[in-house]
Ligand binder design. Structure first.
Ligand code: S3P
Length: 209
């Protein structure tokens, strides 16, 4: 049987879970910021469910986001996004990854404020473009010049994203490193004590002669 290795920060993680109560951890930020990848790992570390709002919107509509945009337009998508996120936020605690435009809606922001802790995964445009380059499911970037679109979105949305409870820089490093930074920031925000976890071996005491 494989040995069960405890998370070496179990103490801090348990405190975060407790301090959260029914609140959700809500990841916000531009496309390519790593909300889904970081969110999934964060949920696993916190032992909470992970929910991807875009996936829930697609399920509710029985269409992909690209299909919703093409068939009904962006305004229709935004209305669905607002409703789905409001419904999901009733189900905390959980880690919720939102689509890049969700936090721009004032009602959604108020709902997140009331029922969650928001974390802006901020990344520079170069990192974002590198990440979204690998996927083509984003209608807003299905244009000839995605770099210009991304820069414009950053300018428009940056000041609103900055209203999040916590900001973490999503650098071009493995996702687990960002997850570690998010856990530290959450612990600090919630006033948790970040002493070494219970699984850490205690240092050998020196013999007193
Ligand atoms: C959007 C971001 C997408 C998705 C939709 C619109 C946006 O989600 O909701 O394509 O307005 O920034 P991701 O941020 O998860 O890619």
């Amino acid at each position: 049987m494989a040995e069960h290795r405890k998370d070496d920060r179990e103490g801090l993680l348990a405190q975060i879970r407790q301090s959260l109560g029914p609140r959700s951890v809500v990841l916000i930020g531009l496309m390519g910021a790593g909300k889904t990848a970081v969110g999934r790992r964060l949920a696993s570390r916190l032992d909470l469910p992970f929910i991807d709002a875009d996936g829930e919107i697609e399920q509710a509509a029985d269409q992909t986001i690209s299909e919703i945009f093409a068939e009904h337009g962006e305004a229709y998508f935004r209305e669905g996004e607002r409703k789905v996120i409001a419904r999901l936020l009733e189900g905390g605690p959980q880690v919720l990854a939102t689509g890049g435009g969700a936090f721009m809606n004032a009602q959604t922001r108020a709902c997140i404020k009331a029922r969650g802790i928001s974390i802006w995964l901020n990344a520079d445009v170069r990192v974002l473009l590198k990440r979204v380059h690998r996927r083509d499911h984003r209608p807003l970037l299905a244009v000839r010049d995605p770099e210009t679109v991304m820069k414009k979105l950053m300018t428009e949305r940056g000041p609103i994203y900055a209203k999040a409870d916590i900001t973490v820089e999503s650098r071009d490093v493995p996702h687990d490193v960002i997850v570690g930074a998010v856990i530290d920031a959450l612990g600090a925000k919630l006033g948790c004590d970040a002493k070494p976890g219970i699984a850490k071996a205690s240092p050998r005491r020196k013999k007193v002669r």
